[in-house]
Design a protein around this ligand. Structure first.
Ligand code: AMP
Ligand code: MG
Length: 351
């Protein structure tokens, strides 16, 4: 398959209306289009077409039991595809359009292929202008998982999409860097109208708690236990796994320095907070260091994390060290992605 790449300015996508209409025609015709969102790039197909869902799974190399999120142009469009509730509309009013995905009971208009066989469907109304126009012109909900090959970090730039998806999809829309850089927050509405957080993201637990009580699914913070059923099927798969093993160090910079002093650090790279980089450089001037951003600037860290993991992966390191993030606010999303990328390898240096 030949992939067409088109560039669209996210600030004025109307200027590229013809390209976006052509992309919408591809979606309507059962084809695949990669498009930018404010979280990560999405690999889109018609959410009501089982063949499109099959093509998405094939292009990603994703297991067919890991369901897709459907993207809608307006929060109220959810009614065409799912059973909406009062709490859904409360969430929608506060957070949509934006990086929140809500799990609802599915209606028959969403085929089981899109739902990965579940009786629920994940619904999101993105904020990115290119995404919104594409959905609008397509006239259907667009099923879209992250546009990476299964197992590699979600792409946040068109370059990284091209690395994974060239000749696997009909079109790639290059809309520049994704603003946030980690996937959406996912919540499930429980029968008592409380929420279960299935995946942390930019919308934090504190923000969600203003709408309803929030329970954090255990797999967000930890490994899925043996015999535990994954509330969100994606949780059971190894995720965002870099080729070089990632090792998370739980300790301040002094404790980290003391630790690496004892280790053989040839062939090793470091993902570091901006403030810590000078100490690491002093310790070992030859060690490659990737700047994750300032310690208290979780938004910059979120924006850079997947980009860094992908770039570091091209360099053939033996091992990559990174600090274990705290779990406050957006930190929870970083923590959740990093423990998965590290396959839960955490070294506790705290005394
Ligand atoms: P991605 O599309 O790569 O952002 O991944 C979508 C995530 O949403 C995966 O972890 C899925 O398991 C999860 N998901 C999608 N649909 C559902 C659903 N109906 N119930 C629970 N989780 C879902
Ligand atoms: Mg994904």
């Amino acid at each position: 398959m030949k992939t067409e790449v088109v560039s669209v300015d996210v600030l004025s996508p109307e200027k590229s209306k013809d390209d976006i209409i052509r992309a919408a025609e591809i979606i309507k015709g059962g084809g695949l289009v990669v498009f930018p969102t404010e979280t990560v790039y999405g690999l889109g197909g018609d959410g009501t077409n089982p063949d499109a869902a099959r093509k998405i799974y094939a292009a990603k190399g994703r297991p067919g039991d890991n369901p897709l999120i459907i993207h809608i142009a307006r929060p109220e469009d959810a009614e065409k595809y799912a059973e909406t509730t009062e709490i859904y509309f409360k969430l929608a009013k506060r957070f949509m359009p934006g990086p929140l995905t809500v799990i609802l009971k599915s209606k028959g208009s969403v085929p089981r292929e899109t739902r990965g066989g579940l009786d629920t469907v994940a619904v999101r109304c993105p904020e990115n202008k290119i995404a919104r126009l594409l959905i609008e012109y397509s006239g259907v909900a667009i099923a879209a998982p992250s546009a990476n090959l299964s197992g590699s970090p979600s792409p946040t730039t068109a370059r990284h999409v091209i690395d994974d998806m060239m000749d696997r999809v009909d079109m790639i829309i290059d809309g520049g860097e994704c603003e946030f850089g980690l996937e959406s927050t996912i919540v499930k509405i429980d029968s008592d109208n409380s929420l279960t957080l299935l995946r942390p993201g930019k919308i934090t637990v504190a923000e969600l708690s203003e709408i309803a009580d929030v329970r954090i699914a255990p797999a967000v913070l930890d490994k899925l236990q043996e015999n535990e059923v994954a509330l969100s099927p994606g949780m059971k798969y190894r995720h965002y796994a870099p080729k070089a093993p990632l090792v998370l160090l739980n300790g301040d910079i002094e404790e980290q320095l003391r630790y690496i002093r004892e280790e053989d650090i040839s062939g090793i790279a470091y993902i570091s907070y901006t403030e810590d980089a000078e100490f690491l450089k002093k310790e070992n001037p030859n060690m490659p260091i990737y700047d994750l951003g300032s310690k208290n600037d979780e938004l910059t860290q979120a924006h850079r994390l997947f980009y860094i993991l992908r770039e570091a992966d091209k360099c053939g390191y033996k091992r990559i060290y990174a600090p274990l993030p705290n779990t406050d606010g957006v930190g929870l999303a970083l923590y959740n992605r990093m423990i998965r990328a590290a396959a839960h390898t955490i070294i506790n240096l705290r005394r």
